[in-house]
Design a binder for this molecule. Structure first.
Ligand SMILES: [Zn+2]
Length: 206
């Protein structure tokens, strides 16, 4: 994805110096020497990495969600297994997995498939919780397309669950947000779920 070319000058830039100072304090707090050779460049590296992996913070997710008119399309559209990397705002640790996004166009209004993947990416590259991320993708698509229905399912592994506390490696958290006909019509929802689960016989791994 051509992240570098995105227009985000209008939104606030990250204060990389401040992040650097903070990371240095964390290293000191841990009881390490931030000036030893292995750690010397770490605060700067972490700051530049934050600028990238949390870069969605300064992008308006709706900015390039162009809607097209194509009267031939009135059936369910599903993009499955959109890769997702996000950052848990409670622990500042990553969660990663996939998003599945389905919608049913209304009056031929559709959107480029890559734009949906980009929307997921922009919203994921923020301090997030999975539930909110799921809702935001659904609500923005709903507001932009005004479709008959939207359904978003996210499956992710949270390192804050796998590495610490309850230590449940490979536990997958599943969240969903359904709007319109996916909410009102169980058959439509079931059809979408079958399509999401399909593809790999006997189940799949993420
Ligand atoms: Zn967490």
């Amino acid at each position: 994805m051509a992240r570098k070319n995105r227009k985000h000058s209008q939104l606030k830039k990250m204060d990389l110096k401040k992040i650097e100072q903070g990371v240095r304090l964390v290293i000191e707090g841990i009881g390490e020497d931030p000036d030893r050779p292995g750690l010397k460049g770490t605060p700067g590296r972490v700051a530049r990495m934050m600028d990238d992996i949390l870069g969605g913070t300064r992008i308006d997710p709706q900015e390039d969600l162009e809607v097209f008119q194509d009267e031939r399309h009135d059936e369910l559209v599903l993009i499955r297994n959109i890769p997702l990397y996000s950052f848990c705002e409670h622990h500042l640790l990553p969660f990663a997995g996939v998003a599945h996004v389905a919608y049913i166009p209304k009056e031929g209004r559709i959107i480029g498939l890559s734009k949906i993947a980009r929307l997921v990416d922009t919203l994921a590259r923020r301090l997030q919780v999975q539930e909110r991320l799921t809702k935001q993708v659904a609500d923005i698509l709903n507001a932009t397309l005004n479709p008959l229905g939207v359904m978003v399912v996210i499956e992710a592994e949270h390192l804050c669950m796998s590495m610490r506390g309850v230590k449940k490696p490979k536990a997958i958290t599943v969240t969903s947000a359904v709007r319109g006909s996916f909410r009102n019509n169980p058959a439509t929802r079931t059809e979408a779920m079958m399509l999401i689960k399909g593809g790999i016989p006997g189940g799949r791994e993420i």
